[in-house]
Ligand binder design. Structure first.
Ligand SMILES: *Cc1c(COP(=O)(O)O)cnc(C)c1O
Length: 477
């Protein structure tokens, strides 16, 4: 592609993107498509000869777009929000244009230093303890794996990384604690880090599904008595199913008394802590050894961008650093080399989009947006509570509402739980098939419920009202 063609195609694509962003709500949120349908329309082999941008772009519109789930649609209420925004998209374009690799300071000084600066900005916005230092990871799953590896190394005196499982001989297996509501990435990370699935012990939760610190303390004592080696606690602020909030301060006291690593996973919820009235969700964070939240979930920054903070950067770098000759530089004494702060060597220039977003919106702009999401969630929860036909199944501390269809919620002879589960699954399928909105589900104590997760930059109260109308129209009668 020569520069003239790049320029003209680029202008065309930017115009297309602007139109798409302006009218995302014209698309069905979920595509009407079956598995295998798209791949059957694509050639089996890559073309021998280069094709024109016109041809490629035409196929993008004709074939790819109809198979896209529109995460930035104002009525995308599934999983968690896709937080992209104009400034973030433009910064991603610049980052792609520069094509730098932020593995060491020398490989792109701007990427390393901007990352330090914006992570410092985020730490102040969330009012994190001064001893915490930040680094950008790709995802919360990776950040939690880093935390588990650091916990393992600190507990074994850095012997596991040298000797592998032999480091545990004579001392009993390591144990990680997380509540039954913790994200699956804790178990995945524990498997990778050598704890095994059996090395993750589930702590009981209270009525609001937050971790019970007394049960944590009991389990740690029992495990020590049984010859196991407690190592790490993963607390969750904003669980995936129902955004329950583990009491970090009480958990932190147990972890400190027992000398365990405390990792706090606030992947979705962390962004809310930039609001003074929501900062309580991180009460006790000064007791944490590490903390993660995802600006790519609720802070207008394109996927991927996960903010990982550690109180022990030396433990992190001792866990990960490895210095082959070809990576030595003359600045290794004075500069940070982020390749030593995580799993991969090569790193994208992700700080750029965060810098664009933080400057373009400003802290007040971001706060206003998050407040609007919280307000819409409160409004939808009130609608559910007042409805004859729907009921709420969990508290709503944040922007996610767990609810279900239950026409007999106030009568004694209600439908069986099995029947309600079936009706709610059918309702979810009907809503999603309609293209009006995309919601996902979860199960709380065996009860199937619909999850409405609010947080798109473009979502307004009328979009939530449209879901209410669709729920009323499609509910079984
Ligand atoms: C979304 C989520 C994760 C996983 O995030 P990734 O960045 O996709 O790995 C982990 N924990 C919680 C609480 C989450 O909400």
């Amino acid at each position: 592609m020569d520069i003239a063609e790049f320029r003209s195609s680029g202008h065309r694509l930017i115009d297309w993107v602007a139109d798409y962003l302006e009218h995302a709500d014209r698309y069905p949120v979920m595509p009407d498509i079956q598995p295998g349908e798209l791949s059957a329309k694509l050639p089996e082999l890559a073309p021998d000869r280069g094709e024109s941008m016109d041809a490629i772009f035409e196929d993008f519109q004709r074939l790819i777009m109809p198979a896209v789930t529109h995460w930035n649609h104002p009525r995308f209420f599934a999983y968690f929000p896709a937080n992209h925004s104009g400034p973030s998209i433009l910064a991603e374009l610049l980052s792609a244009a520069l094509g730098v690799n932020a593995m060491v300071w020398q490989s792109c000084p701007a990427a390393t230093e901007l990352e330090q600066v914006v992570m410092g900005w985020l730490a102040r916005l969330l009012d994190l303890p001064a001893r915490m230092t930040g680094v950008i990871q790709d995802t919360a799953s990776t950040a939690t794996l880093c935390a588990l590896l650091c916990a393992r190394e600190r507990t074994t005196g850095f012997r596991y990384k040298a000797s592998g499982p032999a480091a545990l001989e004579g001392s009993g297996p390591l144990v990680v604690y997380a509540s039954s509501e913790a994200h699956s990435s804790v178990i995945k990370g524990a498997r990778i880090a050598g704890f095994g699935t059996d090395g993750v012990h589930q702590v009981a939760v209270d009525a609001d599904r937050g971790m019970d610190p007394a049960d944590l303390a009991r389990r740690i004592r029992a495990d020590r008595a049984a010859g196991l080696r407690p190592c790490c606690v993963c607390a969750t602020v904003g669980t995936t199913s129902s955004t329950a909030i583990d009491p970090v301060a009480a958990i932190g006291q147990v972890a400190a008394a027992e000398d365990l690593w405390l990792h706090v996973d606030a992947a979705l919820a962390g962004s809310a802590a930039i609001l003074p009235e929501m900062r309580w969700i991180l009460d006790g964070i000064e007791l944490a050894d590490s903390f993660v939240f995802n600006p790519h979930k609720w802070l207008l920054t394109n996927f991927d961008c996960s903010a990982y903070f550690t109180a022990h950067p030396r433990v992190l770098t001792r866990t990960f650093s490895i210095l082959p000759e070809y990576l030595k530089t003359e600045h290794d004494e004075q500069a940070v080399n982020f390749r030593d702060w995580g799993i991969q060597l090569g790193r994208r220039f992700r700080a750029l989009k965060l810098w664009f977003v933080l400057r373009s919106y400003g802290a007040e702009g971001l706060r206003a947006l998050i407040r609007s999401h919280l307000d819409m969630a409160t409004g939808f929860a009130a609608w559910v509570d007042q409805s004859q036909d729907f009921e709420r199944l969990a508290p709503v501390p944040l922007q996610t509402i767990c609810f279900r269809y239950n026409p007999d919620k106030e009568s004694a002879q209600s439908l069986s739980e099995a029947k309600l589960n079936e009706l709610n699954q059918a309702l979810l399928a009907a809503i999603n098939r309609s293209g009006v909105a995309f919601l996902t589900h979860t199960s709380l104590e065996g009860r199937t419920c619909l999850r409405l997760s609010i947080g798109q930059a473009s979502t307004r109260p009328e979009h939530v009202e449209q879901v209410e109308q669709a729920l009323m129209a499609l509910r079984p009668r």
